[in-house]
Ligand binder design. Structure first.
Ligand code: KIV
Ligand code: ZN
Length: 510
């Protein structure tokens, strides 16, 4: 059995999903969960991209001990320096440098000849290897690159010090058979190939990312890159949970294993979905809510007689729990804290004080607080971590089928000043959002609004996600409350607060 290294790029390529912008504390939350899950490598970000990215990569490199942490860099010294600054304190500093190799990218994007691309790749790998003990090099758009040229450049970057060679299907173009052939070709034509690890990195534009990654593994790759829930640029990256479960369920075929704690899969998927606002479809393989639901009578009959008739994965294996109702309004602080810890959420004393107050308020309105509620509550409190400039003090909305909906809102501003406004709209949410718009400076354009219940039942909490343009920046926000209007107001303010926070950081660092 060979070990396959799991390289998670949820925080880098996954965060490149349109409309996703995670703040500092959300990235740390995800990194900690990935560590618990047991991934081998966490690609924490792209340090040269922004001071915010550099700061979160640095913090993740500092706190994560159970996985190797890496950061992306273009083949330029300034990117490698930024990555070194962010990663030098980690246990095993590791960098991921990339340069495009395909004729389309060479001619139109880079405007470099084949020789110039080789020269730049070799120089940057040498520069990186003089600092980092582990250098991974990626041939961007490898799958549309001439095979003999790909073999030539791979041989040269290995000589320059690369330890891992990644073969990205950057545009999601290749088929599984062809992808396997690329690996077989490299193994036959690159004399030094046995000195390095080969890695897959597949995008899902034609829906083949998982199949392609597995074909790469079949053909000798020992590292697989992907993102949870398949998020990422355009149609996304290979969904790691699918690859991990395919390797586990079909170990007879792949003769390989991973070090992943399978029972952490569902929790990781839920956390990433909540924090990114990228919902997981019910029929999504492995982590979708219907993935283990049997609807037809014939199937139900079969499963009742013998589960394996229609179930190749047991839901418990990946962390689906049937009954997770645990706490209520009579639950004490100790039980609350213990349950949070069991859910993998470490809470300090000060944070605990605030959380427990909110827990009691919610538990008073809701009969039972499920695990999902508790996780949502903690994430909600933490989402304000990067600065609450506007806070909701109160709101009132009047709606009647024959009336103009009216909202009155009271906010506190960054200097604790009280802001009060009233406004109208065609519906309740519009009245509320028009009023919030009047309360803050600058134009807001709402791009997306989504609402989801946390758990089931009439007293389920409402989780609202918004995407908006504010101050020339696309931003997103989340809000949780028992009432949909309150959750909507919180989501709106959360998105605004993120932009103000990022702006304040930029002023400080520039
Ligand atoms: O898809 C891609 O080519 C990438 C590289 C930066 C590895 O994400
Ligand atoms: Zn990619």
């Amino acid at each position: 059995m060979r070990k396959i290294n799991i390289f998670d790029t949820t925080l880098r390529d996954g965060e490149q999903s349109p409309g996703v912008n995670l703040n500092f504390s959300e990235k740390i939350e995800i990194a900690k969960q990935l560590e618990r899950l047991g991934v081998d490598i966490i690609e924490a970000g792209f340090p040269a991209a922004s001071p915010g990215d550099a700061a979160s990569v640095k913090e993740i490199a500092r706190i994560v001990k159970g996985a190797s942490v890496t950061g992306l860099a273009r083949c330029v010294t300034k990117d490698i320096d930024a990555a070194w600054d962010a990663l030098k304190a980690s246990a095993e500093p590791r960098i991921h440098v990339f340069l495009a190799t395909s004729p389309i990218h060479r001619d139109y994007k880079l405007k470099l000849s084949k020789e110039e691309v080789v020269e730049q790749a070799v120089q940057c790998v040498k520069y990186a290897a003089a600092r980092f003990p582990v250098v991974q090099w990626s041939a961007e758009d490898a799958c549309r690159t001439e095979l003999d040229y790909l073999a030539e450049i791979v041989e040269k970057v290995i000589a320059a010090g690369a330890k891992i060679i990644n073969i990205p299907d950057t545009v999601g173009y290749i088929t599984p058979k062809e992808y396997g052939d690329v690996f077989r070709y490299l193994r036959e034509h690159v004399p030094s190939i046995d000195q390095v690890q080969l890695s897959t990195h597949c995008h899902d534009d034609l829906g083949m990312a998982t199949a392609n990654s597995l074909a790469g593994i079949d053909a000798g790759a020992s590292q697989v890159e992907g993102a949870f829930n398949g998020i990422g640029e355009r149609a996304g990256n290979a969904a790691l949970e699918e690859i991990i479960l395919a390797l586990y369920t079909r170990k007879d075929h792949y003769q390989a294993y991973t070090d992943i704690a399978l029972q952490e899969i569902k929790r990781s998927s839920d956390l990433i979905s909540k924090l990114t606002g990228m919902f997981v479809p019910a029929n999504k393989a492995v982590v979708g809510n219907n993935a283990y639901a049997h609807e037809s009578g014939i199937h139900q009959d079969g499963v009742l007689k013998e589960k394996t008739t229609y179930e190749i994965i047991s839901p418990e294996l990946v962390g689906f729990t049937l009954n997770n109702m645990v706490l209520g309004k009579h639950s004490g602080r100790h039980a609350f804290k213990t349950r949070l810890e069991e859910l993998g959420l470490q809470v300090g004393n000060e944070e605990m004080n605030k959380l427990f107050v909110t827990f009691k308020e919610l538990a008073d309105k809701k009969k039972e607080m499920t695990d999902e509620d508790l996780v949502a509550l903690v994430l909600e409190e933490r989402s304000a971590h990067d600065g609450t400039f506007f806070d909701l003090v109160s709101l009132q909305v009047q709606y009647g089928t024959n009336q103009v909906p009216t909202a009155t809102v009271t906010l506190s501003g960054s200097n604790n000043e009280i802001i009060q406004e009233a406004g109208t709209g065609a519906g309740s949410i519009e009245a509320l959002y028009n009023t919030l718009q009047k309360s803050i400076e600058g134009e807001v354009n709402l791009l997306d609004y989504r609402i989801q219940s946390v758990g089931a039942g009439r007293d389920a909490l409402a989780q609202v996600y918004v995407k908006m343009n504010y101050g020339g920046m696309e931003t997103s926000g989340r809000g949780l409350a028992q009432d949909v209007l309150e959750a909507s107001a919180k989501a709106y303010l959360n998105a605004i607060n993120r932009v103000i926070y990022l702006d304040s950081k930029r002023t400080v660092t520039s």
